[in-house]
Design a protein around this ligand. Structure first.
Ligand code: ZN
Length: 601
């Protein structure tokens, strides 16, 4: 037991309560301050974890001590000589990768949401005793965490430790009856723990992730920066999705259907979805967990920390998450093109790309990207997808400029050597100089435009030199994601320019796109559309009903706004062109083929 000791018990699974005890042998004699983070690194939103603290009291030498709350997340202890023990419960019913969750089937927590930080003692070692719920029902429970063990047995409850508070909150803990599989990559033990009902083919997953992990360990260079790595996976319902990176582990929430079963041998879109989530989080082990914005060193978890650089940390990561899958031959070149086309479609389909730059998106992540409303598609761009497209363009551009001598790989490796490995924060703007050092001033001009303007990137010209044709076309439905170009398509379907979901009251409008005919006619988010030219709109076929009209036709749309019937005269003149398609050129030159080979292998 260290001078700072935490004890956390999954005390009441039915009430979803963790009980935590923090004992400080030597608290600040002038009054110890205790803080619960307002946000968790990797997820840039104020979450105010203190809202889940249900009861809190303290004692010292068998005397109750009154702590004073001095702001929403901070408690102050009166001056005293240690030890000081603080006892509190944390309500844990947030099934996300960011918080804590406890029921009779499993327990999970991120340290940021349960462990009070003793301000001023952040750099001290601490021990953590992790305890199972009491009772026979929990005898089989095990622990999965990358937190270093003190006296606990492998996967056992008991004593763990962390060398400082920053490390303490960077090892999420899963407890329950998860399925485990292990593999070695770069001589480091990796484990995958899958929680939730599933029939996943664990061996298959281990076999594929091993390739990804070995690739990245080699890419950044031995030795790897961690001694053990853990993928904490939770199998969820359809649509379940989320990931969060940590220094030696990650949490991945995934739909059950995205996990391969033993009868399911092909590499399909579902399984690719799972693999690139895992490879994304794994790449973060270097890029953002160690190569970090200067503004995150150290993290100020009491308030927002601003950086323009999330396009590097999320965009580059999003680019490499897919690239590694083709470089390790887990997916085919066609499957890779499809992933690229889908990413491009996500950028081109948002009118917001003309309103917000990628650096603004990063800076304002706290109030915009993480707080998206119905107008978000018109107002913002994602630093993930636009960042990935910038990464792609930079990679191709550097290769062309230097005749394949340098690429984005060299940029990322330099970031690792000069910053991540040395534990030095990356100052704002520095990455531009590093990129320029591998290219020339045209790269700087390109970057200025990519980062500080809302102009579309010219991917068509770049792709052409790699024997790949890039094109944009009109969508045939809202669900279309872009992909491989299969045939010439002369679609000229009109659309209202909305996203909507069927509801009992009608077609409920979510987003009305900027400059769409729906917007010009006055249709608004929340309206329930019921008819077009006095014919009922069908819940399943409303898009086709609209598309039966020709460009320029005038139609009457009836809708309810709240409980008031509205009538809109709509001129159907909106034909957006945002579906990105990629295809291999029919007659590439040998130089194009060489460029492509060096890029993808
Ligand atoms: Zn990420």
């Amino acid at each position: 037991m260290h001078n700072i000791h935490y004890k956390i018990q999954a005390a009441s699974p039915t009430e979803h309560l963790f009980k935590v005890e923090l004992t400080l042998k030597n608290p600040d004699p002038n009054g110890q301050t205790l803080l619960l983070p307002a946000w968790i690194p990797g997820s840039y939103m104020i979450r105010d974890f203190a809202k889940n603290v249900v009861s809190l009291y303290a004692h010292s030498h068998n005397q109750l001590i009154k702590l004073k709350k001095i702001n929403k997340s901070t408690w102050l202890c009166p001056p005293l000589n240690g030890p000081l023990t603080v006892v509190y419960e944390v309500y844990a019913w947030d099934l996300s990768v960011r918080g804590a969750h406890l029921d009779t089937t499993h327990g999970f927590f991120n340290g940021a949401s349960v462990f009070l930080c003793p301000v001023g003692l952040e750099d001290h070692m601490c021990s953590v005793e992790i305890l199972a719920p009491e009772g026979n029902n929990y005898q089989e429970w095990k622990v999965a965490t990358s937190m270093p063990r003190l006296t606990a047995k492998e996967h056992g409850f008991g004593m763990y430790q962390a060398s400082n508070y920053d490390e303490l909150i960077d090892h999420p803990v899963e407890m329950g009856c998860f399925t485990l599989v292990a593999f070695y990559a770069g001589e480091i033990k990796h484990e995958i723990a899958v929680t939730g009902k599933h029939r996943a083919n664990m061996e298959r997953i281990a076999q594929d992730l091993k390739k990804v992990c070995e690739y990245f360990i080699r890419f950044f260079g031995l030795p790897a920066p961690m001694e053990y790595y853990l993928f904490l996976v939770m199998a969820l319902h359809k649509g379940g999705y989320g990931g969060l990176e940590h220094r030696a582990s990650c949490t991945c929430h995934i739909a059950r259907e995205d996990l391969p079963t033993s009868v399911h041998q092909i590499m399909d879109d579902h399984y690719i979805n799972f693999l690139n989530l895992c490879s994304h989080e794994y790449f973060h082990t270097w890029n953002v967990k160690r190569i970090k914005p200067e503004a995150f060193m150290p993290y100020d978890l009491s308030q927002e920390s601003y950086t323009e650089q999330l396009w590097v940390f999320e965009g580059f990561t999003a680019y490499y998450q897919d690239l590694v899958l083709i470089r390790t031959e887990i997916i085919s070149p066609e499957q890779y093109l499809k992933l690229l086309a889908e990413t491009c479609t996500k950028v081109w389909r948002l009118p917001g790309r003309k309103k917000q730059t990628v650096t603004e998106s990063s800076y304002d992540a706290w109030i915009k990207f993480y707080k998206q409303d119905e107008n978000a598609p018109n107002a913002i761009i994602s630093y993930y997808t636009k960042g990935a497209v910038i990464a792609l363009a930079l990679d191709l551009k550097l290769r062309l400029l230097t005749n394949n001598q340098y690429s984005l790989d060299d940029v990322v490796k330099k970031l690792w050597q000069d910053y991540g490995k040395k534990n030095k924060g990356l100052p704002e703007g520095r990455v531009i100089e590093i990129i320029e050092s591998f290219g020339d001033e045209t790269i700087r001009t390109f970057l200025q435009k990519a980062l500080y303007s809302t102009d579309d990137l010219d991917l068509k010209t770049l792709f052409h030199e790699f024997g790949i044709e890039f094109s944009l076309r009109i969508p045939s439905s809202l669900k279309e994601k872009g992909g491989i170009k299969t045939k010439e398509d002369n679609l000229t379907k009109v659309s209202l320019g909305i996203t909507a979901v069927p509801s009992e009251a009608g077609i409920r409008v979510q987003t009305v796109f900027t400059d769409s005919c729906a917007q010009k006619a006055g249709i608004s988010s929340g309206d329930s559309l019921i008819s077009i030219n006095h014919i009922k709109l069908d819940n399943k076929a409303w898009e086709t009903q609209v598309a039966q009209y020709e460009k320029g036709d005038n139609v009457i749309i009836h809708a309810f706004r709240r409980d008031e019937l509205m009538s809109f005269e709509v001129t159907l003149d909106f034909i957006p062109t945002y579906i990105c398609e990629l295809s291999f050129a029919d007659e590439p030159t040998p130089k194009m083929l060489e460029n492509r080979f060096k890029w993808l292998h």
